[in-house]
Design a protein around this ligand. Sequence first.
Ligand SMILES: [Zn+2]
Length: 277
Amino acid sequence: MKNNEINSQITCKLCNSEKVTNIELMKFFLCNDCDCIFKKNFSDQKKSLLKENHQNYNSVFMNISKPFKMRFWDLIAEQYVRYLKSKTNMKFKNAIDVGALYGHLVKRLNELGINTKGIEVEKNYIINDVSGMIQHGYFDETYPLHESYDLVCLTQMIYYVKNPVSVIKRAKELLNSSGIVFISTQNPNSSIIQKGKVSLFEDSMNILPSKKNFIDIANQLNMKIVDFTNFKPNIYLDRLKGGGMKSEFVNYLKYHQKKPYEEDPDGHHSFLLLKKT
Ligand SMILES: [Zn+2]
């Protein structure tokens, strides 16, 4: 932590504690009571993308790097499936992936015989949808309840919303009686985030809930946490270091051998499963 001064005017947006610390450079605050990280002024940046037309950014770099980018997201989706297989019986008839990006997880779940669709707010992703099952939309507490699902996936999106509690509540309302909510998110307790070693925060993020928060949210919503595992996402870390064409290519080669994710209590990605009690 570069700045340990206590900011008395600002209170935690999840637990109202006044014990919050400014995390310098990131314009974000860490709550010393519940461990969440939150932005001082919440914004609707992601939601506002609903109304935006896609920009056609088919630059030369975009076109050359596309196969590497697509493989990157497919390896992430493969890790999600590996995790789900290790922690559940996979007897899902249908599923929905919120924050579906290019549809890699949706495609993989459909290949396993699970009838899956996705929701994505950014049209730039949807135009490259690999699953053919992505709908344009934004998921929050107002998302309509026409169907119910055995598996609701909230993949790397919970920190963009203003109210994670109401979003998880909506996900619960979409569940069949034995259904599961799968969340992949970032872990505010990890040293790499707390020390600000890599710049993980985007302006569009609002609040990053901690394990403590998820336990509280589960209790509030009459849900239970079936599993909570932290991972060191090697593949993300390598990508954050570089980003240019060369590093995309090196990573492309590297992850034919290396494990993209490793279980690590201090890892900055968390996967969790929630069920109704
Ligand atoms: Zn708090």
